[in-house]
Design a binder for this molecule. Structure first.
Ligand SMILES: [Zn+2]
Length: 316
């Protein structure tokens, strides 16, 4: 699985992976292999094949990619959590071969014929081509530990994890399936908010997903929301903050509007660490910060706790 999804500067050999705007047309990245020991590289300058090392943005340690992947993309030295794709995250949490994906082919439509610097249609096409994704969320039923759950995982690599009609619809169907089958729902968010290319169609997903969660809650079923870097705007203002339990990854940026907008609006100095998972835990908005390596064991413990009462009642 291709797991390098962030900017890396590898000892002079610079490669830039698709972030928000992957290249359209002929992508130059990764096409040219460095020639070891030829031409100018015969000088004493040390050459490294690209894609082997990643510099941690927090502690600046050079990390061997293989070890970083084995450590679920968490810096071995300072615990910095690098971004991780939806497929890798599912792989890290779900029991092998138990993930049954739902609505895998559902794709967004440019219903407003949106035109900006480029058209929404061309952006969708580029992201579908440059990522293994059809849209910004992957949903399905699976098993974590002994518990069957309905799991939705957002992916920031697709249009900044923005929520358009497809993200809203896939999550709503997932929650409804969870309700119908009596399963806990877990949603892992990573999002810049509602997808503005779809205007009101994006914004209505906030109400739709929230309503589906309300029906799920009426059945007495647990919903766990996991916030990862970054979780903001329309996603934060809807399903991401409706969890019976709200967890976050360390250092995740979490908020509604950006700090500059808040500063300009309130004309107040913002406190240090504002909009980080740690700040929000101190102020009671989230329930726990769980590192990526501990997440699976922690989820199993929470799921056991939430379902213990029902299981005891069923056994009587
Ligand atoms: Zn580090």
């Amino acid at each position: 699985m291709d797991t390098t999804t962030f900017i890396k500067k590898t000892l002079g050999l610079e490669t830039v992976e698709p972030a928000l705007t992957p290249p359209t047309g002929n992508a130059p990245a990764f096409t040219k292999k460095p020639k070891l020991g030829s031409g100018r590289s015969r000088t004493k300058k040390r050459e490294m094949p690209e894609g082997l090392w990643t510099k941690c943005p927090t502690c600046e340690t050079m990390l061997f990619d293989k070890e970083l992947d084995d450590n679920l993309k968490v810096c071995m030295k300072c615990n910095h959590h690098f971004p991780i794709g939806s497929r890798e995250r599912i792989h890290s949490l779900v029991e092998t071969c138990t993930f049954e994906e739902m609505d895998a082919t559902m794709s967004s439509v440019d219903v407003l014929h949106f035109k900006g610097a480029s058209t929404y249609a061309s952006k969708l096409e580029a992201y579908r081509k440059n990522t293994p994704l059809k849209d910004a969320v992957v949903t399905g039923l699976c098993r974590i530990g002994d518990e069957r759950v309905a799991l939705g995982v957002m992916d920031f690599n697709f249009l900044g994890g923005s929520m358009g009609s497809v993200v809203g619809e896939k999550l709503t169907r997932l929650i409804e399936r969870g309700t119908e089958k009596g399963l806990p729902v877990i949603i892992i968010s990573a999002s810049g908010g509602a997808r503005m290319y779809e205007g009101m169609f994006s914004l209505m997903q906030m109400a739709k997903t929230s309503a589906a969660l309300a029906y799920h809650a009426q059945r007495g079923l647990p919903y766990l929301s996991i916030l990862t870097h970054p979780t903001t705007a329309g996603v934060m203002a809807s399903y991401a903050t409706l969890g019976d339990l709200i967890l976050a990854e360390p250092g995740a940026m979490i908020g509604f509007a950006g700090p500059r907008v808040i500063k300009d609006t309130t004309q107040a100095e913002l406190p240090p660490g504002f909009q980080t998972a740690e700040f929000l835990l101190d102020h009671g908005l989230i329930d726990a910060i769980v590192s990526r390596q501990a997440m699976k064991a922690q989820l199993i413990a929470y799921l056991e706790f939430f379902t213990a009462g029902k299981k005891a009642a069923a056994a009587q």
